[in-house]
Design a protein around this ligand. Sequence first.
Ligand code: CO
Length: 132
Amino acid sequence: MTLDHVGIAVKDLEEARQTYLTLGFEVGPVEELPERKLRIAMVRLGESNLELLCPTDPDSPVGKFLAKNGPGIQHLCYRVDNIDKKIEELRAAGVRLIDEKARPGAHGTRVAFVHPASVGGVLTEFCEHARA
Ligand code: CO
């Protein structure tokens, strides 16, 4: 498994993009994820990325995170070859899942979240990238 990305909750996506551009990173374009009530932008680091997450609705998971904690690291995501198999393994191991089935993530990925209660307080995501 590889660390795919670190999800960072931000209040202002343009300001956050500018911050990382100023730090010298390569920052991708804004992507709209209406089904997750998010606008996101990826900061490219090579194998791993930062995922800047800006909620479009205060009632969404990231919106609630921002209200409670303010901006900052929101989740870690690990890349796997087969998300369906991973979900089955996690379920069999008694891990508390937020997503019982994989759902669409950003740019063609399929993702599933594990409840932070099962991972020492860390909201944890697994993702499978579309095969080329
Ligand atoms: Co993510």
